[in-house]
Design a protein around this ligand. Structure first.
Ligand code: GLY
Ligand code: MN
Ligand code: MN
Length: 439
């Protein structure tokens, strides 16, 4: 893997250098200083929360666990890495720099975060770091002119980034496969989670987000992360939303399964999957993402009609907000260094924001798709008591078949999610390609 990455990484660094040159020039800065970030200490404790590095740092380097280190970039000079390798016999310290990336940096090894700060150049500095906790001796400014430019361009993945995202998808699908097996064997949510982590060979903290592992009605809680320790009396349905990480890049994958014998719910899953594949096929240059989201509402309204849940026309189901009862989240979001990646609403490289369509408060992506962007496509249909109660009190309630709704409630809901690359031609489906490789 790392052997193949070397030439891609060289191109990636060249691209990042050009972007940094432009960003610094826009903001009038001499240096770009990017902190790996500092661990966050628990209140009244001597323990830290799991360390999550600054995504800007991970953009330059495949290093996810080097707190206190810095990337320093000055236009015209080779990038520098100020690498903190503490003298510490209590913890594992970051390994000495090695691998395909090393030759692209001038590396200075120091022993403490304070020594690293002392190595930073003076002058007009754009300092990209979280504001909390404070980094002693450094004024963090995260200048908008710089971050807006960098965030905008982060939407266009380099070949190196796409290679890592393919790897993150392979890890995620391998673990999904193990999770499905655990479900079929009657495991609890906790047992399924254990099977997932073992197959991913990643710890919970290394995953890009907390796994969502739901049996039965729990699938109606969009971000259910509870993990019941005991299996239910009967497992009817299984929704799993879980990813994997590769050098700081994320995959975000959801699958929904029916236990055998639950053919009506399986038929609904099949219809959502068919719809989802139709949306994936539309991940093409020039496609407005919010228009795709509205299109998804119309298609899902027809799915609800076909399965006898609603009786009104698809158009009126969308207009009256009935589809939002059953599909109450966005169609998807940008993904990359963060599972919900930056710049989903940005209108240009100098900032600005494209609003969401009215009535769709949870959509996380309002841009027009272009080659190099990676987005998730994750339609769903859910039977959520709270939202169904609201619908019951509306005039549209008369066009809902409540006995059908009640029949589907014990399954919770359905979501199917793939990570998809917009290219100059047909979309690249990272998730389905990775699932296909398993066989
Ligand atoms: N896993 C969170 C999401 O799908 O956006
Ligand atoms: Mn997800
Ligand atoms: Mn997602």
């Amino acid at each position: 893997m790392s052997h193949d990455l070397a030439p891609l990484y060289a191109q990636h660094i060249a691209t990042l250098r050009t972007r940094a040159d432009n960003a610094l020039s826009l903001g009038g800065f001499d240096h770009l200083l990017i902190a790996a970030s500092t661990p966050l200490r628990k209140f009244l404790d001597d323990q830290d929360y799991p360390f999550v590095s600054n995504p800007h740092f991970r953009h330059w380097l495949p290093l996810t666990d080097t707190p206190g280190s810095w990337v320093v970039y000055t236009p015209g000079e080779k990038p520098k890495l100020i690498f903190v390798q503490p003298r510490d016999y209590w913890h594992v310290v970051p390994a000495a720099p090695r691998g395909y990336w090393v030759e692209h940096f001038d590396i200075t090894i120091v022993r403490t975060a304070a020594e690293a700060v002392a190595e930073l150049p003076k002058g007009k500095r754009a300092v990209i770091a979280p504001n909390c906790p404070d980094i002693e001796g450094v004024e963090v400014n995260n200048p908008h002119a710089v971050t807006d430019y960098l965030h905008w361009h982060r939407s266009y993945k380099t070949a190196y980034e796409l290679a890592l995202m393919r790897e993150a998808s392979v890890i995620g699908t391998r673990a999904h496969h193990a999770a499905e097996k655990a479900f079929r064997a009657g495991e609890s949510e906790f047992g399924i989670q254990m099977a997932y982590l073992a197959a991913a060979r990643q710890t919970d903290a290394e995953l890009p987000y907390s796994n969502i592992v739901c049996l039965n009605e729990h699938s109606a809680v969009l971000h259910y992360t509870h993990f019941d320790r005991l299996p239910p009396k009967q497992s009817r349905s299984f929704l799993i939303d879980a990813g994997g990480s590769a050098a700081g890049y994320a995959s975000d994958i959801t699958r929904t399964y029916a236990a055998s014998g639950h053919s009506e719910f399986q038929a609904l899953i099949d219809s959502v999957e068919k719809a989802q594949l139709g949306f994936v096929a539309k991940v093409k240059t020039g496609q407005s993402y919010p228009e795709l989201h509205i299109h998804a509402h119309l298609v899902l309204a027809n799915v609800l009609r076909e399965h006898g849940v609603i009786r009104m026309s698809a158009e009126s189901a969308v207009q009256s907000g009935v589809t939002s009862t059953f599909f109450p989240h966005g169609l998807g979001h940008p993904i990359g260094l963060q599972v919900h990646d930056v710049a989903g609403f940005q209108s240009s490289e100098t900032g600005g924001s494209i609003p969401r369509p009215e009535g769709h408060p949870y959509l996380r992506m309002t841009r027009v798709l272009e080659p190099g962007m990676v987005v998730t496509i994750e339609p769903g249909l859910y039977f959520i008591d709270m939202l169904l109660e609201e619908l019951r009190s509306k005039p549209e309630s008369k066009d809902v078949d409540w006995s059908k709704v009640d029949a589907f409630r014990p399954y919770g809901g359905i979501r199917i999610e793939d990570d998809v690359v917009c290219t100059h031609g047909e979309p690249e489906n990272l998730t389905r390609d990775a699932f296909a490789k398993l066989n």
